[in-house]
Design a binder for this molecule. Structure first.
Ligand SMILES: [Fe+2]
Length: 190
């Protein structure tokens, strides 16, 4: 069975460091996040992305710190056997509700996202995620850190959970399967 996700040992992330960046990029700029459209209005109200390239253009004062975030993401990717991959880091807010079925084509400033590594900054709040992958249905009842397939149809049911804050590294230029196989070879794959 080939799953559309792979859980990752979250100890790879320094949570206090990422939380500080969360405060700098998201909390401080609340309600100025980039909303995903995907042509569906209901995605707009559920998720917001912060710290993306367009945001940095409007807020040049955070450029230096965003460089640090990128460097840190690069370190994490190297540990996960993904040294040379194209990536894009953002902080994502998922509000209470259902992020309806979609493919992540328009979910970032670049199209064609193959997968995303997500690290939840919530202590115990879960956001159950579902996929239709290779004609089969899969689901996971939340995770602290995971690679998820966002190039196939998926949805997040966050109706019974509070706002979810996530450190998100979107990955490009390859396939989800290739990314998953590379991470699976490391000690951090669960
Ligand atoms: Fe998505």
């Amino acid at each position: 069975m080939t799953l559309p996700y792979l859980e990752i040992d979250h100890n790879i992330i320094d949570e206090s460091l990422v939380t500080n960046w969360w405060n700098d990029f998201a909390r401080k700029y609340k309600h100025t996040g980039y909303n995903r459209t995907n042509g569906k209005d209901n995605l707009l109200v559920i998720t917001e992305l912060y710290g993306h390239e367009n945001f940095i253009k409007d807020h040049p004062e955070v450029l230096e710190e965003k460089e640090k975030v990128n460097q840190y993401a690069q370190e994490i990717l190297s540990k996960l056997n993904l040294q040379n991959i194209e990536f894009h880091v953002t902080f994502m807010v998922t509000r209470r509700g259902v992020l309806d079925w979609h493919i992540d084509e328009a979910s970032s400033t670049r199209p064609g996202c193959s997968g995303a590594i997500l690290f939840s900054l919530n202590e115990d709040k879960r956001a159950p995620t579902e996929w239709v992958y290779n004609d089969a249905y899969y689901s996971i009842d939340g995770y602290k850190m995971a690679l998820i397939n966002c190039s196939c149809m998926h949805r997040v049911d966050n109706r019974n959970h509070d706002t979810r804050k996530t450190f998100r590294i979107a990955l490009y230029g390859t396939t989800f399967e290739e990314i998953k196989n590379k991470i699976a070879q490391t000690e951090y794959a669960l």
